[in-house]
Design a protein around this ligand. Sequence first.
Ligand SMILES: Cc1ncc(COP(=O)(O)O)c(C=O)c1O
Length: 429
Amino acid sequence: MPTAKSAEISVFKRRESEARSYCRSFDKVFTSAAGSELTDSRGRSYIDFLAGCSSLNYGHNDPDMKQALIDHIASDGLAHGLDLHTDTKAAFLEAFDTHILNPRGMDHKVMFTGPTGANAVEAAMKLARKVTGRTNIIAFTNGFHGVTLGALAATGNGYHRGGAGITLQGVTRMPYDGYFGEATDSADFLEAMLTDSSSGIDAPAAILLETVQGEGGLNAASPEWLRRVADLARDHGALLIVDDIQAGCGRTGPFFSFEEMDIMPDIVTMAKSVSGFGLPMSLVLVRPEFDVFGPAEHNGTFRGNTHAFVTARVSIEKFWSDPGFAKDISHKASLLTDALQGVADLVPGATLKGRGMMQGVDVGSGDLAADICARAFQKGLIIETSGNEDQVVKVLAPLTTPETLFRKGLNILLDAARDATLGTKIAAE
Ligand SMILES: Cc1ncc(COP(=O)(O)O)c(C=O)c1O
């Protein structure tokens, strides 16, 4: 006899492709969500420390974004507008200009791409190639930039690359900051390779990097390393592309993850939380002198997700017109560091990773990290792993999580880690 639960779940197993992934770890049917909590079909709530993989930095169903969207739909506002001029796109651009670009002295143009992060990366890579007339792009070990062919060539992960079914081209891999341990500065290696005309590296069109590698294990580049890489890009005629798809929109504290690093990218890719509400939306910021695509040269039917423009505008005006928001993120980030130290103390050799509200613990083994996350889920917390062996337990809570709920989630994580480490010891004895 199928139980109610198995009947509910069976349609996914029967009909949904094997390519499904997160739902395998969180095998429930979710029916509603508000703030930093999701509720399943049995009425059980879960604290969300995954936040749509950083697509829900402002939580689920923010009431102001929701109301603005309802009003827009109720008044027959456009749902789809290709890239036509619309009132909602104008309002978003004005808000983005006023609260994000202008205060940071950025004169970058805003290019809307197809609504996935990968599409923004595709556009950025193509643009850098067009600007420079070069083909090679330097990307880094453990970088993750999406899984469409151009972006996948820049992604390091072997499992994802294996899905390409074709030779991935046009990218040279270099070691990210810390890849060879603390004693070796991988920027020295990059410099040597770029400077030696016989190193075998073709002159790059761009250097593409994440300042904190979201999927690659929360490796956080130091400001010094980032500055050296930015200088190397400039000295060698390459554009600097910062992929801020996961680390942007306040995830590391300030709006852009490269703020406070004293670098200014030529191109920035953004997606995930840019709509504020979890709606598909991506964009590429480009220094005006590099804004060289002709009309529709990188086109796409869904470059004008008008609903996303509505919520994106509210997210900018609500959270980024006030410097207090970044301060609050930084306060929560320090709570997070303290709590994660408690988890790390349970596992010999464990290390803290990441920065801001993008931190985790490298527990040294994918099995242990998966066990901790599975136990956390049983206790009502949704949390995932990252890293080349999935060995990093990664906290991506909404930035707006109330402190009491945040602490509750962190306590669940600590309990789960305690149980898992105890379980590991028992199994080993
Ligand atoms: C840094 C980074 N770039 C690009 C992507 C790809 O975005 P999407 O999955 O929307 O294509 C991701 C997704 O996790 C990402 O973290």
